[in-house]
Design a protein around this ligand. Structure first.
Ligand SMILES: Cc1cc2nc3c(=O)[nH]c(=O)nc-3n(C[C@H](O)[C@H](O)[C@H](O)COP(=O)(O)OP(=O)(O)OC[C@H]3O[C@@H](n4cnc5c(N)ncnc54)[C@H](O)[C@@H]3O)c2cc1C
Length: 472
């Protein structure tokens, strides 16, 4: 990548005479990013200073001028990976000013008890931010970056991978834009991804069995610095505080199948009855819940699994276009920001752009698959809390306290470190095996032995018995 910003000079951007009259060539573009969502904006900020001009094409109008309907969660959680990108781009302070720090999540259990799980063992918070305000800051930052231009109302219809170009539709008709490379940041229903699929990439796009409705929760009834959730087995309600003191809630429930599901609750009234049966406490906290359930849209959740993310030196996918995932770990956007950083690092590390893109794909795919798996699994952990903690859970908890550096809780490691998600998942499985082995060898009494004895058991060779290591 030469970073000169002069665009192609080898003739690949020329048009065949058969193309229609509205076709136009713009040979000055170095990179075209498709999609000015959260990830597209971050990718533009990272790319332009190092690799020359970037044109971002966005099918929707500018959300700063025309906010339109809210299409997804009002709030997103920022973790260490997200903050890393925001710091790199110089907007961390501006974003922090509009965030709410959250110290843990409080489960309001069906039997009336509450269970508090801190997000970290040392009190570090994760941060909730309104999606719209974050998006505005990122679009402003992208537009303020020399070399970046964002064009709204430009829908990309197709991508040419060999002679890099995009076919764009706008209110004037269609035109073709040639460039040096294309980055597909066009979300879960990506149009650019189709080009990779046509070259044999295996891509699975799945609508998850869960759907959700966004519900406003009034201020003043719930603690404002934690996430709240109400698990009820087959449904879950979660609420994240906003800076105003109100909370942004989401009702998650199966889309189809027997009650409780959105399909089974056919009308607003049935949905309200179902809600009241599963979340009696919330009907007191949200006085207009019936009206909200009747009018708020039910949104689906999409998961994308993609085995190829790049094509030679001309094309790469980032963000939801290649790894849309269930939202329950709060990492889709954070992971997408990390994609953008890793991509520019990989391109920077070599003079061969094909090798740079290949390194990006190798470095990201396993991690994206791991966090997707963890995110889906986390829903079931949250929605079905056990009545009593199992011996394995108690032992896990004690090990993470006794050996804080060796055993870091999975959620904490995803949220507060930049360790690869795949290595986090592998270590978690290793810890599962260790706990199972310790319990098999020493029995459930191990969970209540004093610290020094537990330490000895963990350090003991695998053939040791409880008696050998003094844990009886
Ligand atoms: C309920 C919910 C809660 C979530 N909570 C969190 C959280 O707490 N933390 C977290 O990290 N993540 C969270 N996520 C995930 C996060 O929202 C996504 O990972 C993130 O928005 C992905 O950004 P993106 O830019 O890749 O895609 P998108 O946000 O989908 O942006 C894609 C952009 O491309 C544009 N576009 C699409 N097609 C075209 C085209 N053909 N031509 C031109 N433009 C096009 C779209 O208009 C859009 O602007 C949550 C998701 C959901 C659904």
């Amino acid at each position: 990548m030469n970073g000169t910003g002069t665009g192609r000079t080898d003739g690949n951007g020329t048009h065949s005479t058969a193309e229609n009259a509205t076709t136009r060539t713009d040979r000055t573009q170095e990179t075209v990013i498709v999609g000015a969502g959260l990830v597209g904006a971050v990718a533009a900020c990272y790319l332009a200073p190092r690799f020359g001009p970037v044109t971002v094409l966005e099918k929707r109008p500018d959300p700063r001028a025309d906010p339109g309907p809210q299409r997804r969660s009002l709030v997103v959680m920022l973790s260490a990976r997200g903050w890393r990108a925001l710091s790199d781009l110089g907007v961390a302070d501006a974003v922090r000013r509009i965030c709410v720090p959250l110290h843990g999540r409080c489960g309001h259990l069906p039997d009336g008890r509450t269970r508090m799980t801190p997000y970290s063992r040392d009190g570090r918070p994760i941060w909730a931010v309104e999606r719209r305000r974050l998006h505005r800051i990122l679009l402003d930052a992208a537009e303020a970056t020399p070399g970046v231009s964002i064009r709204f109302g430009q829908r990309v219809r197709s991508v040419n991978l060999d002679r890099p170009a995009v076919q764009v539709e706008d209110r004037h008709g269609t035109h073709r834009l040639t460039c040096r490379r294309i980055l597909g940041c066009d979300g879960a229903h990506s149009a650019t991804r189709a080009a990779l699929q046509a070259r044999g990439a295996r891509i699975k796009v799945r609508t998850l069995d869960l759907a959700y409705q966004e519900i406003d929760v009034p201020a003043g009834r719930l603690e404002p610095d934690i996430t709240h959730y109400w698990p009820s087995g087959q449904a879950m309600f979660a609420a994240h505080p906003l800076p105003s003191g109100k909370l942004s809630g989401s009702l998650f429930m199966r889309r189809d199948g027997p009650a409780p599901s959105y399909a089974a609750a056919r009308g607003g009234q049935e949905l309200s009855a179902l809600f009241a049966a599963h979340f009696p406490e919330l009907t007191g906290i949200i006085p207009d819940i019936e009206e909200q359930l009747a009018v708020k849209a039910v949104s689906t959740l999409t998961a994308v699994h993609c085995d190829r993310w790049v094509w030679r030196d001309t094309f790469a996918l980032l963000g939801d276009s290649c790894h849309a995932m269930a939202p329950f770990m709060g990492h889709g956007m954070n992971c997408g920001f990390e994609d953008a950083r890793v991509l520019v690092d990989c391109l920077d590390a070599t003079s061969d752009p094909s090798a740079g893109l290949a390194a990006y794909e190798t470095s990201r795919t396993e991690d994206a698959h791991a966090i997707s798996e963890l995110s889906y699994r986390h829903y079931f952990t949250m929605a079905n809390p056990p009545r009593e903690e199992s011996a394995a859970d108690v032992l896990r908890g004690r090990l993470t306290t006794l050996f804080p550096d060796r055993f870091v809780p999975l959620y904490e490691r995803c949220a507060f470190t930049e360790d690869g998600y795949a290595s986090v998942l592998r270590d978690d499985r290793r810890l599962d095996r260790l706990v199972a082995e310790l319990l098999a060898r020493h029995g459930t009494g191990l969970v209540s032995v004093p610290d020094d004895r537990l330490r000895a058991c963990v350090h003991a060779p695998t053939t040791a018995t409880l008696e050998d290591s003094g844990c009886s």
